[in-house]
Each structure stands twice: as structure tokens, then as C-alpha cells.
Design a protein around this ligand. Sequence first.
Ligand code: ADP
Ligand code: MG
Length: 242
Amino acid sequence: MSNERVATGVPGLDKMLHGGLLPGTAVLLRGAPGVGKTTLSFQFLKQGIAEDESGLFITFEEFPAALYRDAASLGFDLQAWEHEGKLQIIFTSPEVLLKSLQDPTSIICQRLRMTDVRRAVLDSATHFGRLTADDLELREIYNTLVNSLHRDQITTLLLSEEQRSGYRQTDRGALSFLTDGIILLRYVEVESTIQRAIVIFKLRGSGHDCKIRHYQIAEGGVVIGEPFQGRQAILSGISHRI
Ligand SMILES: Nc1ncnc2c1ncn2[C@@H]1O[C@H](COP(=O)(O)OP(=O)(O)O)[C@@H](O)[C@H]1O
Ligand SMILES: [Mg+2]
């Protein structure tokens, strides 16, 4: 594997990652609804386009009009990228995607190979949980997913939904064990206001920043700030003064 890094395009995050993601790795981006996962993934794809790397956005989430509108409100013109042939957006279901990944002749696999996609986003991996109630079977599904991404040497962000309250760590299917890295986004209650926190939990093959940092969302996306100071239990969602 080369030492080159895949820049995320998020101001401050590449520094936390000691330069960026390792090429061909699949990294989990976890967080509650609205925390900024999809936004951050647009920045990742935008950075790729700036570096002449084609991107793929696979979504189970939204109707196209809503996706384009939400992206536009943050300053991302997804349709322009599609028209320029720099981005493919696939609106599909977990069932269809899983079948496609298992079949090299499927249209999705062919599109992946023909267009030389270098970066991909799956929004979100959590939806595979609907396919089965059996945790072992779900783990197999995630294995298929992560293996096919590794095989194609695509650097991928796998988005994963957490509950907004309680932060009970359900990791059905143990996706966090299969991925090469974990980036966590959290709402944190500080002095009766809600702030946002980002932390890197794991990054195979690389060092990384272990600090829990503030971040904000503005037009253009996520911007990383300073580390939290003088607080503890930040990741519980309700922090205390030290
Ligand atoms: N122009 C903007 N400036 C600041 N915040 C924005 C803007 N547009 C959307 N947001 C906020 O950014 C967040 C977008 O979250 P999103 O990336 O969709 O989260 P997730 O994918 O984790 O559910 C929302 O909380 C929304 O309120
Ligand atoms: Mg989202």
C-alpha cells in the first residue's frame, strides 16, 4: 500500500487523520440523525472531484429531489457533478445493492469498474439491518460489502446511524470490527446548549488524533475546531466540568 493519503476535504479532519485516509480503506462514519454525516461525505466526494477522482454516492435514504435540495443548501451542486461525469448517484435498496455486489455482472458492479470510481459513500450501512433479524447473517452481509469495496480499492465512507438519545451502542452485525476506521460525530450537552463533537476511534495502519474536538456545520460543510477542554464524559452526550 502506498503512503499516499486520501484527503477528506474537511478542514481540520485530515490533520486529525495524520494526512487523510489510507487509499482503498473503508471507514465508518457514525452519528445520530442531523449530526452531519451526509454533509461530511459530500465534502469527501468534492475533494475527490477536485483531484480528478470519480465518486460514487449510493443512497437508500432519500428521494433525488430532496438529496439535491439538501446538498444545494450546503453549497454542493451534485447535479452539476453528475452532468460532468464526475459523480454517480445510485438510488437503490439494500436488497438490490447486496445482490449486485454478489454478482460481478450486475449493472452496479459494471458501473463501478467502467468509470474507475476512486471514492464511494454508502448512505447508510445501517439500512442493511432491515434485511435480517439474525446478527450473524448481518455480519456476513457486511463482510460481503466491505470485501467488495476492498477488492476494488475504493476509499469508502460507510455512514451509520446512531440513536439520538441514550447513545446505546448497538453495533448489530459488528460493522465497526470490519471497517478500517471509525469516525464518530456526537451531539454534546454543555451548560444547557447542544454542541457537536468529533473523535477518531480507530484507524488501521496509521496514527491519529485522539482528542475529542468541536466541529460546526456551515455552508460548505463541516469545519473542525478546537479540542474540548475542562469537560469530561463528553461522549456520553452529557458532559460535566472536570
Ligand atoms: N447552510 C447550512 N448551514 C449550517 N447548517 C446547515 C446548513 N444546511 C444544513 N445544515 C445543518 O446541517 C445538518 C445536516 O446534517 P446531515 O449531514 O444531513 O446529517 P446526517 O447525515 O448525519 O443525518 C443539519 O443539522 C442541518 O440543520
Ligand atoms: Mg444523512
